[in-house]
Design a protein around this ligand. Sequence first.
Ligand code: GLC
Length: 792
Amino acid sequence: MDYGHFSEDGKEYIITNVATPSPWINYLYNGRYFATISNNGGGISYYKTPLHGRITRYRINDVPHDRPGKYIYLKDRDSGETWSLTWQPVGKHVEAYQVAHGFGYTRVEADVEKIASSVLYFVPLEDDLEIWKTVLTNKSRKTRRLSVFGYVEFALGHALVDIINQCDDQHFNRVHFDKDLNALFATKTYWVTETRGTQHQENKEWDQWAFFTVNLPVAGYETLRERFIGLYRNENNPLAIEAGELSSKNTDYGNAVGVLQVDIEMKPEESKKLIFSLGVIPKAEFEQKKQGARKYHDLRAVEAAYLNVKKKWEDLLAYAKVDSPDKDVNIFMNSWTPYQARVAFDVGRVASFYYWGIGRGFGYRDTAQDTIAITISDQTKARERILLLARQMQTDGKVYHHFYGDGQGEFTEHCDDPLWFILAVTEYIKETGDVAILDSPEPFLDGQEGTIFEHLLAVLKFAKNHLGPQGLPIFGRGDWNDTLDYIGGKEGGESVWGGMFYVAMLNRFVELLKYLKAEEAAKDILELRDHLNQAIEKSCWDGEWYIRAFGEGKRKIGSKDNTYGKIFINTQSWAVIAGLPDKKRLVQAVFSAKKMLDTKFGPKICAPAFREIDPKIGLITRCVWGKKENAAVFCHPAAWLIQAECMLGRGNAAFDYYKKLLPNRIDSDIFVAEPYVYPQYITSDEHETAGRASHSWQTGSAAWMYRVSFDYILGIRPTYQGLMIDPVIPSDWKGFKAERVFRGTRYKIEVKNPGCAESGVKAIIVDGQPISGKVLPISDKPVCNVLVRMGK
Ligand code: GLC
């Protein structure tokens, strides 16, 4: 079925059938205040972290689906007819609704009972609140008397404790109405700041007042869910709305809600604007700041704040642009993929429809990878994140696997985590030239301070101390693949992908040292790298592809001799990315990946799926076949295969994968997840639900698809010396145009491909002057015009 489409300019996804096969969400935030919102108004709001600063509740994976949210109910006081301005929760007249998700905002329009409504949800950049700007218009021929009810259900503090300790937790909720401010205020008189679910009582209160307010005078309010919804009911038919009256009582117990009732009258064609704002004010500054709750009662302030949000996103998305012959490619590369990548970076992959936000915080490897999408457009944030990553490291190079940056974190035995730091730092310096970052001092977790360069050396120490008997990284509890978690048994096992990954990161380190003219220091690293190369070439080639790992007693995993999981994608793609010396093997490896892993939905992470539990491999074998790491089309590593194909110059093969993986390729009734962002995985042909996607939004697929498509398909990528242009495109592209801001210069690039090449650059002309090689020298001009002719 058709549920929607991109707007003509690609900047909005417009949902025309709001009964989507799953909630299709968007993110509204300013970096401190965050909200998710689905096409039906479901979603959470939180301040700083979704774990400690949860403002509203959301019952994940419950029925009714996608509840609660940011709801506005309407009741016609004459007819008694009741509906909501988002289709859910009342759920009437599905055809009357249309939703547009844009960058940093969501707009819901409806036309029910001859009342046209539009609700614009967004979070201002300056203030820690969300706005629901509501416009109602009377499209009937008579005067209408309506009651409007804004509704939220509060969580108030630690989200996990709210779940595991509800029976006690609710005795600490306090909600009252402040007449002068026309606002409800809610808080909890105790708070837990630990990351785990705990019974620990910290002897403190939540440090925020949540508020909920509206610009028009409140006719009644409610603070207790039991009184508003009533027993044996749910959000679609609240008792109090049916009764037409709210208790207007404060509460100091029970499930806290905020309901504000506004009564309006509208003549035919008359419109009314209601601005609901939901936000937080720190208790410590409450007296000075409480008037701020009223700031957006002023419509001009609302308009200005909305324009600022639009401008922020337009600016962020203006650094890299493409005009290719393929409209979908343009929409994803120019808009939705960088948008998703930025959201994943800012949200820290923590909160989505699939991730409850009650886990342990940012993943080290995840956030290091997300950083590479941000270096292009927001170097200040990328730098900040690199310093944050540095602070999660010990002097031996070990890092927290998960952290919130508040001093708490969790160590695990993954062999890859610290090395992602090299990726983030080197990519940042290539983009910015900011080598000074290497001298920035940051504390290690074990007290001492070290520069970023010393942190890189600590990572190196980790790599050296982490090799097993065959010279490959000791697998531990996983590498990039979290579900190969018991491969090693007591001995530890060894990761072949880990070996390739170490090589790739060491190569990056050496490249940096060369740029810094510190070749002497590179010798040691090259020795380690060559050691790894030899170990891989000696024992990891399986005839037609590279194996994935060694388990106990040197048992091969990812080998032709196995029944399940004969081949894994990562050891084929990363063999190329690492630049392993045997070129013939590299070509054969990606060829085998194509032959054994490709499906009509894209390449699988491994094949065939494990259909028997093997405790000596781990979680992957316990997972249903065809989903997640057990042989799904996992989009994140699929991006690496695209990169590998490009690195071998195979434009058609690379683009074929890229196109297959675009999120709007599969019918939505099959795909289920949002068609405008990448999911973590698409169920593969090994399961009856083949084509079903899951874990959308918060995935490394966004950052990598963004960088791989720009850097390797368009071939426009930063190097220490300048901007490289080396396209690897489908041969039927006659060319493309692109823009890329690099070191302060906007390069306007036109690539011509008259001979239908897949790769190869014949000539590059910069501002009328031919250059030799493929790297545009760093320029001091604001704009450079570049003409590229492809061919041999
Ligand atoms: C999830 C994790 C990521 C991991 C991947 C493969 O996406 O967030 O860190 O690499 O799964 O297991």
